[in-house]
Design a binder for this molecule. Structure first.
Ligand code: UGA
Ligand code: MN
Length: 258
């Protein structure tokens, strides 16, 4: 089965570095189709050129986050959900393609959808764990929620609760990196979307609660005992010297893409 990976991304100094790292992981994964959704009013040159040279099978989409839903300069990073409209655009594209496929089902038969943010770290094993997802599969996520890891707790092969330090009674206290869903299930439940107005920590639940129950979750990664993905976050580069140099007319050549 094909894995459709949906990645929201937005322009910032580290964007090309993040996409480079991510693409080098994906190049090692068979049958992966990368759906890159830019948070921008139109596709950018940087991402267009990057994807064309990436060697990956990809689809390049864009969807600008409406201003009232977007973080403003100075807002704490958790105030509003990030990437929601972009993931929804990816879902819209996939549902439409699957429907156009007209039930012949070959290209999309048993396909799997994974939401991979551009800054996390993914092991290759993770993709083999998710590849045979029937409905929704789940696994631990490292370095998230101010903990070493969060994970579903499995008893007798079933998820019975979640190991998390914060609001464990959320419908699905799982980070975006901790689950994959089958395309068939998503097509069969056209009302399942990410709620761009979801309260902090409820973005994943807003989507998953329209698709499954906890009892139906398929635990992967050795019954959720292995960490195969890490919620890493990239430091924002300092530009103090650059700004000082710009004032002297000696800034780095703006024609060089970073
Ligand atoms: C955590 C989760 O891991 C995210 O999946 C979830 O979307 C987010 O919280 C949330 O609650 O909204 P975090 O590391 O804080 O993640 O979020 P980012 O990595 O900054 O953003 C998630 C994705 O959205 C990234 O792929 C990023 O490139 C993209 N993004 C971010 C945009 O497309 N537009 C933005 O303005 C900001
Ligand atoms: Mn992140």
């Amino acid at each position: 089965p094909t894995i459709y990976v949906i990645t929201p991304t937005y322009a910032r100094l580290v964007q090309k570095a993040e996409l480079t790292r991510l693409s080098h992981t994906f190049l090692h994964v068979p049958q992966l189709h990368w759906i890159v959704v830019e948070d921008s009013p139109s596709p950018t040159q940087l991402v267009s050129n990057f994807l064309a040279d990436s060697g990956l099978t990809y689809t390049h989409l864009h969807m600008l986050t409406p201003k009232d839903r977007k973080l403003q300069e100075g807002d704490p990073h958790w105030l509003k959900p990030r990437g929601a409209e972009q993931r929804n655009e990816g879902l819209r594209w996939l549902r439409q393609k699957a429907a156009a496929d007209g039930g012949k089902g070959l290209a999309f038969e048993s396909a799997v959808i994974y939401f991979a943010d551009d800054d996390n770290t993914y092991s290759l094993q993770l993709f083999e764990e998710m590849r045979y997802t029937k409905k929704v599969s789940v696994w631990p996520v490292g370095l998230v929620g101010a903990m070493k890891f969060e994970r579903p707790v499995v008893e007798n092969g079933k998820v019975v609760r979640f190991h998390t330090g914060w609001r464990p009674n959320r419908p699905f206290p799982i980070d975006m990196a901790g689950f994959a869903v089958s395309l068939n299930l998503v097509s069969a439940n056209p009302e399942a979307w990410f709620d761009g107005n979801a309260e902090m920590g409820f973005l994943e639940s807003s989507f998953l609660q329209n698709l499954v129950t906890m009892e139906e979750l398929e635990p992967k990664a050795d019954m959720c005992t292995k960490v195969l993905v890490w919620h890493t976050r990239t430091e924002k580069p300092k530009m103090k010297r650059e700004e000082a140099l710009i004032k002297q007319g000696l800034g780095s050549d703006p024609n060089v893409e970073v």
